[in-house]
Ligand binder design. Structure first.
Ligand SMILES: Cc1cc2nc3c(=O)[nH]c(=O)nc-3n(C[C@H](O)[C@H](O)[C@H](O)COP(=O)(O)O)c2cc1C
Length: 299
């Protein structure tokens, strides 16, 4: 457990560009394999060895056939970070920004990830401790009261919600006030409630999502999965029970959408089912794909 904790902790420190990982070490000090991890993919390989294979798939997989995931990864190769150390003074680099009145050391945050208990026991609190120690911003689903009460949680954090608390004005106000009292600086509304993603690795694995909100992946002494009669397996990617449409999240999001956002929704099919389909706005799609690789060579 200690090693798992250290793995997660180290990963968070990496995200925060921690001095631990930035500092050069003498050969004699390099007994800790964590210090040889050079990039986020090294951390991924390290984590894969530590966590249950089913938890790994849940963490690592993309939706459907994962073509979009591979496409996104390839697109990163087309991004070039150009160092400007010959024409700027880089002896003091300030990556801080202000966001909703709070200062962040770097413009990154720990993203919305439900179900961290599959990776480490009490995962949300562990992540909160890591965010606190590395001074990273966190978007949490809640349940980090213990680290916050100890003063060890994130200094800047947002709450994510699928907006179930937004059905009445009173609910909304109570929810916001409670969060403000705890030091939360913003609410992040996620849109993942209407359709559960079709995760093929998890479907093949007979994965039960609620394991990740409980005690992690249950196995017997021989390593076999233990199912309970009421366990709901990840099967088709549909929600187990029909949900009303529009959801509160959808109502909120719709009011914020630009015409191009609406067009993308139509393009991806959800909004248009049984509803009016607008004429295609070609201008919304001109810059959707990164420039082809050959484009790089011209620079
Ligand atoms: C294990 C895991 C759990 C996630 N849980 C949620 C969730 O509950 N709600 C949500 O909106 N997004 C969730 N996400 C999506 C992430 O917030 C994020 O959008 C996604 O990982 C892509 O981010 P990236 O481009 O930085 O990799 C989850 C992602 C992972 C890997």
């Amino acid at each position: 457990m200690i090693r798992r904790r250290r793995a997660i902790f180290g990963f968070l420190q990496f995200l925060a560009a921690s001095p631990l990982l930035r500092a050069d070490k003498k050969y004699s000090e390099l007994s800790d394999p964590m210090l040889r991890l050079a990039n986020v993919f090294d951390f991924a390989a390290f984590a894969k060895k530590k966590i249950d294979p089913l938890a790994w798939d849940y963490l690592d997989e993309g939706s459907d056939d994962e073509v979009a995931l591979r496409d996104s990864r390839r697109a990163f190769d087309d991004l070039i970070i150009r160092p400007h150390f010959l024409d700027h003074d880089v002896s003091k680099i300030d990556t801080s920004i202000s966001l909703f009145g709070k200062k962040l050391d770097q413009p990154t945050y720990m993203t919305v990830t439900g179900g961290k208990n599959c990776f480490v026991a009490n995962g949300e609190e562990e992540a909160a401790l890591g965010a606190g120690a590395s001074n990273s911003m966190m978007i949490t689903g809640g349940s980090i009261t213990s680290s916050l009460a100890q003063g060890k949680g994130p200094k800047v954090w947002w709450q994510y919600t699928t907006a179930t608390e937004f059905r009445t004005k009173n609910q909304m106000v109570n929810f916001a006030e409670k969060l403000a009292d705890q030091g939360c600086s913003a609410i992040s509304v996620t849109v993942d409630i209407y359709q559960v993603s079709h995760r093929e690795r998890s479907i093949h694995n007979g994965f039960v999502r609620s394991w990740c909100q409980g005690d992690g992946i249950p196995r017997d002494g021989k390593g076999q999965l233990i199912y309970k009669p009421n366990d709901v397996l990840w099967t088709t990617g549909d929600v187990p029970a029909p949900r009303p449409f529009p959801t509160p999240t959808w109502d909120i999001a719709r009011s914020q959408f630009t015409p191009c956002d609406h067009q993308r929704c139509d393009d991806f099919g959800r909004y248009s089912e049984g509803r009016q389909v607008r004429p295609v706005r070609r201008d919304c799609f001109q810059s959707r794909r990164p420039a082809a690789r050959s484009h790089r060579r011209h620079h």
